[in-house]
Design a protein around this ligand. Structure first.
Ligand code: NAP
Ligand code: COA
Length: 266
């Protein structure tokens, strides 16, 4: 029997959906038939994001809401459910990042990233629960390699995304019996995104980064959306508590020509 990969009649909620990877996920979910509610801080950006879906015949609602504000997130879920019905798919992808050594990082700079990435993800997932279709809902956080691998000048993001990974596993255990799956996607460097612009802006570094990747290329937003789509359908129905790398092999380590040219011992 063929897998059901279409999402007609389903409802998705995408936090941080005004741009980049999260907007691409929202657009691809809509293309598969899902109605989509998007939230982000900027009313102008989130309205434009919703219009990018409705303009192509999809159904979308854009709401300005800050993931750091639990009540605002809760209100957005209520609005989404009133308009479209119970929520089947949640994407928690709002994030902030900048490169700075720990000794150049104020307490507020550390807190800013923890508040958006980690507390924001808790707020989105926690607020979603009452509004989910159960059993069957699929919750997906957008994590990052920093959640598993320490990185210089990324103390805030590493701490925040490690928290997101552990939160994913804890909620998967608590909410699995209700038929709610909770997973995270950890993207590698994704071309044409704010994340790469902020963390790998130097074009001379870009070639070196790509050379270290087993697949020798940056990912695309579409690569990440494909995995989110899979996790949202019957095909991914037995996956929960997983942190799924979608990274061209970056988490495997250095696969550069230099590393390959070292002759094997013995
Ligand atoms: P992006 O375009 O800057 O996306 C971040 C989104 O979060 C924006 O839509 C932003 O919209 C929203 N946002 C920020 N603060 C918010 C808040 N307090 N409340 C609500 N929304 C907020 O960046 P991206 O590079 O596509 O990254 C998307 C996700 O992928 C992030 O979780 C990031 O950590 C992860 N990731 C990215 C890469 C990469 O290569 N790009 C790699 C690994 C992981 P507003 O400004 O309108 O609020
Ligand atoms: N280096 C060092 N500190 C920095 C910094 C940088 N590049 N950028 C911001 N900060 C500090 C600020 O100085 C402030 O600390 P202070 O009060 O001690 O001066 C603190 O971080 C908070 O900054 P603020 O601008 O008030 O935060 P915000 O909540 O308005 O914005 C950010 C959050 C800083 C993460 C902002 O870059 C943002 O909105 N990013 C979203 C997009 C993004 O990062 N996308 C990539 C996702 S991977």
């Amino acid at each position: 029997m063929a897998y059901e990969l279409q999402l007609a009649g389903r409802n998705a909620f995408v936090a941080g959906g005004s741009s980049g990877i999260n907007l691409e996920i929202a657009q691809r979910l809509a293309e598969a038939g899902s109605r989509v509610t998007l939230i982000s801080r900027s009313a102008e950006k989130i309205d434009a994001a919703a219009r990018s879906i409705t303009g192509l015949g999809g159904q979308a609602l854009g709401i300005a809401a800050d993931v750091r504000d639990f009540d605002a997130v809760e209100a957005a879920f209520s609005q989404a459910k009133d308009k479209f019905g119970e929520i089947d798919i949640v994407i928690s992808g709002a994030a902030g990042n900048f490169r700075v050594p720990a000794l150049g990082m104020s307490a507020n700079a550390f807190k800013a990233v923890i508040d958006i990435d980690l507390i924001g993800t808790f707020n989105v997932l926690r607020a979603s629960f009452a509004h989910l279709r159960k059993p069957g809902a699929s919750l997906i956080s957008i994590s990052a390699p920093q959640g598993a691998h320490p990185e210089m000048f990324q103390a805030h993001a590493c701490a925040a995304k490690a928290g997101v990974n552990m939160l994913t596993k804890c909620l998967a255990m608590e909410w699995g019996p209700a038929g709610v799956r909770v997973n995270a996607i950890s993207p590698g460097p994704i071309a044409g995104t704010e994340g790469v612009a902020r963390l790998a802006a130097d074009p001379t570094l870009e070639a070196a980064w790509k050379d270290r990747l087993a697949l020798r290329r940056y990912g695309t937003k579409r690569d990440i959306a494909g995995l989110a789509l899979f996790l949202s359908t019957e095909a991914g129905g037995y996956i929960t508590g997983a942190i799924l790398n979608c990274d061209g092999g970056s988490s495997l380590g250095d696969a550069s020509a230099d590393a390959l040219s070292v002759p094997p011992r013995g």
